[in-house]
Ligand binder design. Structure first.
Ligand SMILES: [Zn+2]
Length: 106
């Protein structure tokens, strides 16, 4: 049996993830911390704008092209073994809940 990609669930600190997240777009990435655009997601170790070190990686393509999910995970594992690949939908959902909580002050 070969090695395959299977999604696992891990408990992570949402603030920590948001602060060190590199979000892949189609051609370039953006910083989850300061929203800086145009980052090379294959090579950037830190954000060129705010300087945070990247630790996590996600992609908007995961949501738009769910069929490519495992190909993408494999490619990013090969290119960026230093970063933890997380699910974009999970991240978006949690950030939405956090923003709502902060807004209502509870
Ligand atoms: Zn930044």
């Amino acid at each position: 049996m070969g090695k395959e990609f299977i999604r696992v669930y891990r408990e992570l600190d949402l603030d920590e993830v948001a602060k060190h997240l590199l979000i892949m777009g189609d051609l370039t990435g953006d910083c989850g911390s300061c929203r800086c655009l145009g980052i090379d997601y294959y090579s950037a170790g830190t954000c060129p704008e705010c300087g945070v070190p990247f630790k996590y990686l996600t992609s908007r393509r995961l949501e738009a092209n769910p069929g490519e999910r495992f190909q993408l995970a494999r490619r990013m594992r090969d290119k960026r073994p230093d970063l933890t690949f997380i699910d974009y939908t999970d991240y978006q959902k949690l950030m939405g809940q956090k923003k709502a909580r902060d807004f209502f002050g509870s």
